[in-house]
Design a protein around this ligand. Structure first.
Ligand code: ADP
Ligand code: MG
Length: 240
């Protein structure tokens, strides 16, 4: 079954004269939690933005499920993106924040209520649905932002360093929650981080990026045991 599959073929992206993504081929299987990891500026966010449609490639093609979405509008790709800085509507309750996108899309009220209730249950937000964002902790707000994505039932979830604004303790806790969310939903997720520990603990598969190219793709243990080169060895921190 192709639902949730992501295929990148010969992806190139330049900004003016600067080549940022220099030929990326990647297959992501349905239900995988793939982590893009690499140093700051290597092109992780750009690659994710190409999958989301927030950027269009200079060359190559992108398939999600069975559909070629290379030039498709972000709203037509079956993806939902969780950002590092999440803006909740301050005047709306948690429930209304989570359901707002569905309301705009014309989904019937009863269905919105049901989907919000289900997402709140998964994220342990059920007791907070009537609160305003200002009455929530940082971690709870981040969960509401994830809830907004869940209710849309996307084929693929995209996360760009969603935890980097949180303190270390909360980051550890949220990491566990994202792993649990992945286990619960069984959805395809692509997760960008520059943090090796986050990559090693969360990923089904890690994609190591360096200067716009893939250095290696593999399960965390494979990369740790058999790094393809010194860059990967150094980055993953294996003694080699
Ligand atoms: P990462 O997320 O790995 O830190 P990015 O994908 O954000 O890296 O950026 C990769 C490179 O592309 C950087 O050198 C950055 O300055 C450049 N870049 C990203 N977006 C743009 C843009 N819109 N215009 C010009 N250069 C950009
Ligand atoms: Mg980035």
């Amino acid at each position: 079954m192709a639902k949730g599959r992501v295929q990148l073929r010969g992806i190139v992206k330049s900004f003016g004269a600067v080549d940022v993504i220099k030929g990326v081929d990647l297959d992501i299987a349905p239900g995988e939690l793939t982590v893009f990891v690499g140093p700051s500026g290597c092109g992780k966010s750009t690659l994710l933005r190409l999958v989301s449609g927030l950027e269009l490639p200079t060359g190559g093609s992108i398939t999600i499920g069975d559909r070629d979405v290379t030039l498709a509008h972000p709203a037509k790709r079956g993806i939902a993106m969780v950002f590092q800085s999440y803006a909740l509507y301050p005047h709306m309750s948690v429930a209304d924040n989570m359901g707002f996108g569905l309301k705009i899309a014309g989904v019937p009220k009863a269905e919105i209520r049901a989907r919000v209730a289900q997402a709140a249950d998964i994220l342990q937000l059920s007791h907070l649905l009537d609160r305003k964002p200002r009455a929530l902790s940082g971690g709870q707000r981040q969960r509401v932002a994830i809830g907004r994505c869940i209710v849309r039932e996307p084929e693929v979830f995209l996360f760009d360093e969603p935890l980097s604004n949180l303190d270390a303790a909360l980051r550890g806790q949220m990491r566990v929650e994202i792993a649990r969310l992945h286990a619960n939903l069984g959805a395809t997720m692509i997760y960008v981080t520059h943090d090796q520990v986050e990559a090693m603990t969360l990923a089904s598969r890690i994609v190591v990026l360096n200067a716009g190219r893939i250095e290696q793709v593999g399960a965390p243990i494979e990369l740790y045991r058999n790094p393809a080169n010194l860059f990967v060895a150094g980055f993953i921190g294996s003694p080699q």
